[in-house]
Design a protein around this ligand. Sequence first.
Ligand SMILES: [Zn+2]
Length: 210
Amino acid sequence: MNTEDDHPELAPILRRIPPEWGRNIEIGPGWHSILVDLDKVLAEVDPDYVVHQIKEEGGDLDFRFDSGHTDRYQQMRALVRAAEQRASHLCEECGKTGVLHRSRDGAVRRLCVECAAAAQQGYQAVSSDLETRAALYRVAQQAAALHRLLTSLPPDASRRISAGEMDRVSQLASHALWASTADLHERGEYAYAKQVVARAAELAAGEEAP
Ligand SMILES: [Zn+2]
């Protein structure tokens, strides 16, 4: 599976695996572009780095490599971690936003809703942190919009809204923002925060659809 003939974009990475280890990359096509990007940045640090194994483990990307330059290893490890983190929010089959799913036989994979259904193996979402955060981000957006509306009311209408009510809308907006993305920004997880915002935009598009 995943030989050079099937996936020519992976050929440069496959050639980094020592032949005696078996030149396989056992991950779905949705993550291939992550590997191609990762290979480019790793090669800039060490053009001769070696790949030991690339596989999917429990719905996550597992990328094992080595470098002859021990002084560069930590820098490379950080690049690998960033790529693995990127994969941890994307469908392994198509590359769209994905969450962990478990099949009726207990197999765990990171998939989007469409690919989970297409597999016809009874996949059910098991982790919905992304969905939870995206839904809360929608609340933050709507509460902020409501707050803007309230502050721009004509005086007669404004008099009928109490300061306490204004405050609660404002508190809801900041609380929902914190629970959806602000905590991620504080922890430096910018890529994941972006995924939350992207998923929230998908949800917003769905809300507008008839
Ligand atoms: Zn998919």
